[in-house]
Write a new protein. Structure first.
Length: 149
């Protein structure tokens, strides 16, 4: 997938699903809007779109280099924590962070979960990954991906 496709709003997808005469009609649509690119395709497209190279994203996300490249190649499936680290690597806003989590098949950030609220605040305010880890540590919340480096 070379370009990120403009996604159809979820409300429109629900409408299409409920208006379909059978489940097979939805499943067999040639350009099915419910299909998403693989996570590696999605993050690679994001890099191209933003003029960034994976190496810089991986470094900024504080992810081990070999593991990070395996994610970009599609050889490894990232955990929710690793996706959150990548969000920091991409300088993501909340919308992009939620999209990264969705494309990786993980639950979205939820404001009623204290750790998610802190992470969301930090993303929104462009606080670095290392500083976010420090804040989580100070608040006694679980760190993203384990220990601080």
């Amino acid at each position: 997938m070379n370009e990120l496709k403009k996604e159809l709003p979820t409300s429109s997808l629900w409408e299409q699903i409920f208006k379909a005469s059978s489940v097979y009609e939805i499943y067999r649509q040639p350009d099915n809007e419910t299909e998403m690119p693989t996570f590696s395709e999605y993050i690679s497209s994001l890099c191209k779109q933003r003029g960034k190279v994976p190496e810089r994203i991986i470094k900024k996300a504080n992810i081990e280099r070999t593991f990070g490249h395996a994610i970009f190649r599609g050889d490894r499936k990232p955990s929710r924590n690793t996706v959150l680290q990548l969000a920091f690597g991409f300088d993501a806003d909340i919308q992009l962070a939620q999209s990264l989590l969705k494309h990786a098949g993980h639950s979205a950030l939820y404001p009623r979960v204290p750790r998610d609220a802190v992470i969301s605040y930090c993303l929104h305010n462009h606080i670095s990954f290392i500083n976010t880890q420090q804040i989580l540590l100070e608040l006694g919340l679980p760190l993203i991906g384990g220990s601080m480096k």
